[in-house]
Design a protein around this ligand. Structure first.
Ligand code: NAP
Ligand code: MG
Length: 487
């Protein structure tokens, strides 16, 4: 049932006038050290964070040493053994609610800062990252005084000091995913944000200070990989929560082995978005676009492999080709922008390299013919057809706006291909048939399976991986378990 695809040509009738968000009221310091024991403290040395859309330096932030990490861990330990550890869940929840409300109050400013520091479109920071970060604190605030009901008969107890290391793709949201359940369960925290996006973590530190949390309950040590390693290796930490690449996750798993520290790892992915011939195709196209071009494809659970049933493959590819031409690529602060800046020069180089590999492997490249800004790090929305299972672009995470399209004939073949990667994080299924949806979902090795939608998140739904995508769950009642001793 191949339908001819008719292209409607509107010329330039759909050009948008610029709609830049003003940055006037978004305030940040020119220099941040660390946030330890309730205070902002100076660092020994500093590095710079740039705006990836303009390449301009925004501010400097501290490079945490082992001594800084040790101070933060000691402060967290004192808080755990002192006021925070002794506080009941009901009192703890009041602080967490306060943080949630303050994030909402400052939502506009936080969204602008997230976009400035990381390059994501303002409409995503504004409509996804910041509201979800607040929602996470609200959700876990509600659990703080109900832990015995979450795990009845188990006398749930906090672990102690949690060391947390997060990536750059959803900076504030990843901090919320880590901090909210840790606080709800009565733990204290030492967190390191990614080196390209520490700004909203510093604003969260201000919020935590203003919310009146006892000193040392949440500490932020800034820095690069070595600072993350210092947290992972600190002997007085009880639990490590890491979100990032599978390569670093493996290093951390080895480092933690035999130390008695609890560990959760949220790692990379190569999600399959499976489109059956009976799917509502126009909706599926939107889901494919959302699955891979949302946040420039810097999404661990991105639908970076499209598996489309052969009978509708030509139609889907033709529709997709037209759709990506309409994506607005450019200034992340413009409210019309769909695809913003790539987070860093390193990431742009990695995407460019992987796309070159795809071409050399013989896949056919389709890139939106958009004009990219002359400054900053940008990459045109791209997909590859004629991709085979063995191609590196079908196996390895690109973490950019690049989709690999593969085809299948039967549901069995779709399942086999979807599971044929070392990863198992997110995936999507598009079909009109509920029974097919449930059967295929049950057979996929993935922590999350979306049905006729993609990239939907809710604090009540647990999120996490299988295989090399890691272990442990964040979100939901299950997310509490990562921070509790239950016995
Ligand atoms: P990354 O290089 O692994 O970095 C993640 C964090 O770990 C950063 O804060 C990083 O510091 C730090 N780090 C680097 N080396 C370390 C070490 N040896 N010990 C301890 N910490 C260390 O990953 P990324 O490039 O920032 O993020 C992209 C990856 O994260 C992708 O693979 C993506 O799939 C994954 N991710 C997974 C999830 C999930 O929930 N499963 C969510 C988001 C992202 P620097 O910033 O200084 O490098
Ligand atoms: Mg930056």
């Amino acid at each position: 049932m191949n339908m001819p695809v008719k292209e409607m040509l509107f010329g330039d009738a759909w050009e948008y006038a610029p709609a830049p968000e003003s940055t006037g009221h978004a305030h940040y310091e020119k220099r941040y050290g660390h946030f330890i024991d309730g205070k902002f403290v100076d660092a020994k040395s500093y590095m710079k964070s740039v705006n990836p859309a303009t390449e301009e330096v925004l501010f400097e932030f501290g490079v945490g040493t082992e001594a800084d990490v040790d101070k933060a861990v000691q402060a967290a330990r004192r808080a755990f053994e002192g006021p925070w550890g002794k506080m009941g869940g009901r009192e703890r929840s009041k602080y967490i609610y306060r943080i949630a409300r303050m994030i909402q109050e400052k939502a506009r400013e936080l969204a602008i800062l997230e976009t400035l520091d990381g390059g994501k479109p303002i409409k995503e920071s504004r409509d996804v990252d910041i509201p979800l970060a607040a929602a996470h604190f609200f959700y876990y605030a509600g659990w703080a005084d109900k832990l015995e009901y979450a795990f009845p008969g188990t006398n749930p107890r906090p672990l102690g000091v949690a060391g947390q290391v997060i990536p750059w793709n959803f900076p504030l949201l990843m901090a919320a995913w880590k901090i909210a359940p840790a606080l709800a369960t009565g733990n204290t925290v030492v967190l390191k944000a990614a080196e390209t996006t520490p700004l909203t973590a510093m604003k969260l530190a201000e919020i935590i200070q203003e919310a009146g949390l006892p000193p040392g309950v949440v500490n932020f040590v800034n820095g690069a990989g070595a600072t993350g390693a210092a947290i992972v290796n600190h002997p007085d930490i009880n639990k490590i929560a890491f979100t990032g690449s599978t390569g670093v996750g493996k290093i951390i798993q080895r480092a933690v082995a035999g130390t008695g520290k609890r560990l959760t790892l949220e790692l990379g992915g190569k999600g399959a978005n499976i489109v059956f011939e009976d799917a509502p195709l126009e909706q599926a196209i939107e889901g494919i676009v959302n699955g891979i071009y949302f946040n420039q494809g810097h999404v661990c659970c991105a639908g970076s492999r499209l598996l489309v049933q052969e009978s509708v493959a030509d139609e889907v590819v033709a529709k997709l080709e037209r759709r990506i031409k309409t994506l607005v690529v450019g200034d992340p602060l413009d409210k019309n922008t769909d695809v913003g800046a790539i987070n860093s020069k390193e990431q742009l180089d990695r995407i460019t390299e992987m796309v070159g590999i795809g071409e050399a492997e013989g896949a056919v490249r389709h890139s939106a013919p958009c004009e990219l800004p002359s400054k900053g790090y940008f990459f045109a929305p791209t997909f590859f057809t004629d991709v085979s299972q063995s191609h590196r672009i079908a196996q390895e995470e690109i973490f950019g706006p690049v989709l690999s399209v593969l085809t299948f004939r039967t549901p069995e073949e779709a399942i086999e291909k979807a599971n044929n990667t070392p990863y198992g994080l997110g995936s999507g299924i598009w079909t009109d048939k509920g029974s097919k949806m449930f059967r295929v979902a049950g057979a996929l090795q993935a922590g999350v399976v979306w049905g006729n939608t993609y990239n939907k998140f809710d604090p009540g739904s647990p999120f996490g991986g299988h295989k090399e995508s890691g272990f442990g769950r964040e979100g939901g009642r299950q997310g509490l378990l990562a921070y509790l001793e239950v016995s």
